[in-house]
Design a protein around this ligand. Structure first.
Ligand code: PEP
Ligand code: MG
Length: 759
């Protein structure tokens, strides 16, 4: 049967097609029968000679389930892998494809059983549900023709309706696509990334914000617009109430995060696009969903961390708006168990606040990074957060028992008795130890033979500074200034930075804070400074290299620090210094800023101490001239070790390959200790190494007397120091350093055991 094709016209009445599609959906027939009718209706409505629906099956195969126009023998016979042919490409990239001449497309895969060789043009869209591709909808025309954006959008809207049918479970057993369901009752251990440390146990609560959309097409667009406007206004009020009630304290980055989020809720472009979709005949819910699907598609290939965060904020807002449209914006979340482990693909900052903090034991996400907004809120709330756990949402059932060990980047689903018991014991032991550490809070970190060790914390959020009091640490050995830059959409100006650093001084009270200047690049990206597409970012254009190439960044940061310090002592350290000349250049910028402040009559810091971080091995061979210039030196062991061993610090396959407790590392550190002692320059260390009791013992053994670490490590490290007899450790460690062993770990553990050192 051949239909008359009207070029470029006729698709205008998308609403009419939607109505017919909805009628088919509502008909009391089997899913297969509805699908068959659907392709006829769509082909007729869209004035296309072919309409076909491919459904995703196990093994990432797209199977032709229904067609109008292609040969019927091809149904359930034609199968394409995701990525294969134009249809497979649409699924692989989750993007619409419009081709005036499909055969000339490089991915075109001809299937003789379909008889499609007579059709030239093709428009295909992914069928998406919950952000995942569940099928592909295609129309084809015999003559070459250009499909317009409006036509593509109309087909996407139809695909939304189809998604419910395709994913409804009648056409393909959902278990086929999620084979893990079959072993759902087995215990499972999954790995992820620690976004906020700690251990939590409880029952899984799946964050299911999705509201099932039952009506796609609106009878009365004006009434829909009215409903939408009401929902938006109730959303705004509810957000204000939520943020006002949040038990988070008034200052800190989380406030910035929430303010930015509140602004997105009023984003004109977002609201306008939804109103437009309502104008095109969708219900308010369907319009919100459509705009979200569009945004998700546009952003799916974006790696920029700030934009991805925005994406999460919009997901969060969309879900919230849906709840308001459904009339349950204020409704409490369904009854929660007493101990909740919240599981989500991603979570917006406000969504986390919806859950009762008193019941929340841990959060597990499929996505997320340490600077994700939800991680920042998690830290402010003190809830362990484990991120980047692949496929967790599919692998877990509601109310499954879960243990989250964010400290070690792992979680256990339906753990066996033995694992549960082990963790319960570990948590009890932790609680006892934590109580012991609290009692040690006001005691000095002095070895049993009277040697003092400075114990500092590393901080990056204002929330971290409260740990100074809680742990009794001496000060902040590393303040990572880049984190506030990472949660913003553009460079904070001097005033914003000054206000921020003033808060740091205020929270630290009289304790010293070593401000590290911006250490961006590598794995710490800013959206407003796109990465240079480097092959080797850790060794690339990062840190002080950026600061020296764009001195305005460094200048402004130093100006803000000088202003904020007014009359207090200012400690500044420059990261990733590779040669003395770099230190000189950075220092010269600081000197000019100090002079500038002086000449303008501003308040100057009462003292300025300037240090360098030793993270690049080359600097160790220029240490004498360096020590003649610096007021202190701080070893960044995370970067230093990756460069000493030429071994990526984040590479999972290499994480065990070299041991930081190796003779080479300890010898290197010993020689730095000796040079600093000769030059009488204070030396500290602020990488992860300093926060592990055994490693910290070795560091004290080779002569380090100032350690800076994550706040959670202060108690254990203090306990180690106070139980240590340095006079017996020192010669022992130095003896070990001459051994050819790859690791001294076992020997050091043995020493600790024999000498009653608390680890
Ligand atoms: C280090 O490299 O050890 C360090 C403290 O810096 P960062 O981990 O922030 O790179
Ligand atoms: Mg570093």
């Amino acid at each position: 049967m051949e239909r008359k094709v009207q070029r470029g016209a006729a698709w205008s009445d998308a609403r009419r097609v939607l109505k017919s599609v909805r009628d088919v959906m509502a008909a009391a027939r089997s899913a297969e029968a509805r699908l068959e009718r659907m392709v006829q209706v769509i082909a007729a409505g869209m004035v296309a000679e072919v309409c076909s629906i491919y459904v995703l099956r196990a093994g990432d195969v797209l199977e032709l389930f229904a067609t109008e126009g292609l040969k019927h023998e091809a149904v359930h016979v034609t199968r394409l892998r995701v990525g294969e042919g134009v249809v497979g490409q649409i699924a692989a990239h989750a993007r619409p494809v419009a081709l005036a001449d499909a055969k000339s497309h490089p991915a075109f895969a001809y299937r003789p059983e379909t008889g499609e060789e007579i059709y030239r043009s093709l428009l295909g869209v992914p069928i998406l549900r919950g952000g995942r591709v569940v099928g592909v909808l295609v129309v084809q025309n015999r003559k070459p023709r250009h499909y317009t954006d409006e036509e593509s959008e109309a087909l996407e809207t139809i695909a939304m309706v189809l998604a419910e049918l395709v994913a409804g479970g009648e056409l393909v057993d959902p278990a086929e696509l999620h084979p893990t369901d079959g072993i759902a009752l087995l215990p499972l251990r999954l790995e992820g990334a620690r976004l906020n440390g700690g251990i939590g146990m409880g029952l899984a609560v799946l964050h299911r914000p999705r509201v099932a959309i039952t009506r796609i097409v609106a009878e009365d667009p004006a009434a829909e617009r009215e409903r939408f406007d009401q929902a938006v206004s109730s959303l705004h009020t509810a957000l204000d109430d939520l943020f006002a009630a949040a038990d988070l304290g008034d200052s800190g980055e989380h406030r910035d995060v929430l303010e930015a989020y509140r602004m997105f809720a009023e984003d004109r472009g977002w609201l306008m696009r939804i109103r437009e979709a309502i104008g095109n005949g969708l219900t308010a819910e369907a319009a919100v969903q459509k705009v979200q699907d569009d945004t998700r598609l546009r952003m799916s290939h974006i790696t920029d961390p700030y934009l991805r965060e925005r994406m999460h904020d919009f997901e969060d807002l969309t879900n919230r708006l849906m709840q308001h449209l459904a009339g349950n914006g204020q409704a409490a979340l369904a009854a929660l168990p007493d101990d909740v482990v919240l599981i989500a693909r991603s979570l917006g900052p406000a969504e986390l606040l919806d859950y009762d903090r008193a019941r929340l034991r841990a959060v597990v996400l499929e996505e997320g990074s340490a600077t994700a907004h939800v991680a920042i809120i998690g830290r402010a709330l003190g809830v362990p957060v484990l991120g980047r756990v692949k496929g967790v949402v599919e692998k877990i059932d509601p109310l499954d028992p879960v243990i989250v060990d964010a400290d070690h980047g792992q979680m256990f689903i339906r753990p066996g008795e033995d694992v549960q018991q082990a963790f319960q014991e570990a948590m009890q032991a932790r609680a006892i130890r934590a109580a012991a550490y609290v009692s040690m809070r006001d005691l000095p970190a002095v070895t049993s033979d009277g040697v003092s060790v400075t114990v500092n914390i590393n901080a990056g959020l204002l929330a971290d500074l409260s740990q100074l009091d809680e742990t009794g640490a001496d000060g902040v050995g590393l303040y990572r200034t880049e984190i506030p830059f990472m949660v913003r959409s553009n460079f904070p100006d001097v005033n914003v930075q000054t206000r921020f650093y003033r808060k740091v001084f205020k929270f630290a009270r009289n304790r010293p804070v070593a401000f590290r200047t911006l250490d961006i690049g590598g794995d710490k990206l800013l959206s407003y400074m796109p990465p240079a597409g480097e092959e080797n970012p850790a060794m690339g254009w990062r840190s002080i290299r950026i600061g020296l190439d764009h001195p305005v960044l460094l200048r402004e940061q130093l100006r803000a620090l000088i202003r904020a310090a007014a009359k207090r002592r200012l400690e500044v350290m420059f990261p990733m210094i590779s040669e003395v000349a770099e230190f000189d250049a950075a220092r010269a910028i600081l000197d000019i800023e100090v002079e500038r402040a002086r000449s303008r009559g501003g308040q100057l810091p009462k003292e300025i101490r300037v240090g360098a971080m030793l993270e690049v091995p080359a600097l160790a061979w220029q240490i004498e001239p360096l020590l003649a210039r610096v007021d202190f030196l701080s070893i960044g062991s995370n970067d230093l070790l990756q460069f000493l061993f030429a071994s990526d610090r984040g590479h999972p396959a290499l994480s065990e390959r070299y041991d930081m407790l190796s003779p080479a590392v300890l010898m290197f550190l010993r020689s730095v200790v000796e040079r600093c002692a000769e030059a009488k320059v204070p030396l500290g260390i602020c990488g992860e190494m300093a926060g592990r009791p055994l490693e910290a013992m070795a560091l004290v053994g080779v002569g380090l007397r100032s350690l800076s670490m994550a706040p959670a490590s202060v108690g254990p490290v203090k306990a180690m120091v106070r139980s240590l007899d340095l006079a017996s450790l020192e010669p022992y460690v130095l003896g070990l350093c001459r051994r050819p062993d790859r690791s001294l770990r076992a020997a050091l553990k043995g020493f600790a055991q024999d000498h009653g050192v608390s680890l």
